[in-house]
Design a protein around this ligand. Sequence first.
Ligand SMILES: NC(=O)c1ccc[n+]([C@@H]2O[C@H](COP(=O)([O-])OP(=O)(O)OC[C@H]3O[C@@H](n4cnc5c(N)ncnc54)[C@H](O)[C@@H]3O)[C@@H](O)[C@H]2O)c1
Length: 332
Amino acid sequence: MAEPLRVVVTGAAGQIAYSLLYMVAKGDVFGPNQPLILHLLDIPPMMGVLEGVVMELADCALPLLHGVVPTDDPAVAFNNVSAAFLVGAMPRKQGMERKDLLSANVKIFKVQGEALDKYAKKDVKVLVVGNPANTNALICSRYAPSIPRENFTAMTRLDQNRAQAQIAAKINVPVRKVSNLIIWGNHSSTQFPDASHAVVEVNGSVSSVPEVVKDQAWLNSVFVETVQKRGAAVINARKMSSAMSAAKAASDHMKDWFLGTAPERFVSMGVLSDGSYGAPKDVVFSFPVTIKAGKWEIVQGLKISDFARQLLDVTGKELEEERQEAIQIIEA
Ligand SMILES: NC(=O)c1ccc[n+]([C@@H]2O[C@H](COP(=O)([O-])OP(=O)(O)OC[C@H]3O[C@@H](n4cnc5c(N)ncnc54)[C@H](O)[C@@H]3O)[C@@H](O)[C@H]2O)c1
C-alpha cells in the first residue's frame, strides 16, 4: 500500500467539514488505495466540538484512515500536507457589512498562506471553500511565494453541480448524462452559469444542451438566476447554508485535480487568471479547465456570445474590486 497522504481540512468543527471529512476519509477523493492522515484545524473555542468529530471519525472504523491530528495551531495543521481544503472562515453575522466579512477573512487567509509557505509540501494543492472564496485564494497564494500560484484554487464546483442538476431536471435525464456546464467568474451572485457549451447524452449519442432544451430565453434568465440564487434558497429552507452539497463539490474538485478529468470533459475551477476570454489578469476567476497529471489548463477557443460577454465583464469587475479592497485591508 502507498504511504499515507497528509490532508488538512480547516474549519474542521464546522458543518461543511462534518460531511467532507467522511467523504475524504472513506476514499472518495484520493481513491480506494490511498491511506490518509487527516489534519483538522479549527479555532481554540471549537476544540471541544472537534474532539467529538475525532471520536466519530474513529467510530467510523475506516480502513484508509491511518491517523487524525486535531489542532488549533496552523504550524501543526499545515505540516507536510499534500492537499488542503480551506473551509474555515468567519461567517457573515447579522449587521455585518460585506467589507467587514472581507476584512475578517482576508486576514485569516493571509495567516494560512504564510503557514502553508512555511510548513506544507511545495506541491500542495490548495482548495479554498471559505468565502469570499476567490479573493481568499488570491490572498493566500500571495503569502505563500514558495508554492506555485497555480496550486491555489477556489471552489465553484458547487455552482457547476447546481447548474448540471437544473439542466438534467429540465431535460428530464439523469444528472450523470449532462456535462461541460461552465461557471465563469466569482463564486458570488455575479457568477455566470453558462450552458451554451454543455452536452447531454441521449440514447447513446451526445447532443448540445441548447439544441435539446430549445429555450434560449429560459437558459439566459431562469436558469442563470436559479443557479446564482440557489445558495440563498437553501438558506431560506434549511436556515443554514449548503453543507452536504458543498462538501460533495469540494470532493469532486479535489478528486478531479488529483486524478484528472475524463476525455472531452471539462470542469470549472477558480484559478489564477491569465486573461483568457478577456477576464482580468491576476484575480482568481472561474474558468472551464481540463486536468491531466495534476495540472489544470484553461479550455481555449470557446465561442463567447454578446450576452455572455456582458456577464463575464460584470463578474470580472467585481473580482477586481474585491482584490483592491482586500489589498487595502491587508496593507492598512
Ligand atoms: N465556495 C462555495 O461554494 C461555498 C459553499 C458553501 C459554503 N461556503 C463557505 O464555506 C465556509 C464554511 O461554511 P460552514 O457552513 O462549514 O461554516 P461553519 O460556520 O459551520 O464552520 C466554519 C468553521 O470554521 C472555523 N474557523 C473560523 N475561523 C477559522 C480559522 N482562522 N482557522 C480555522 N478554522 C476557522 C469555525 O470555528 C467553524 O468551526 C463559509 O465561509 C461559507 O460561506 C462556500
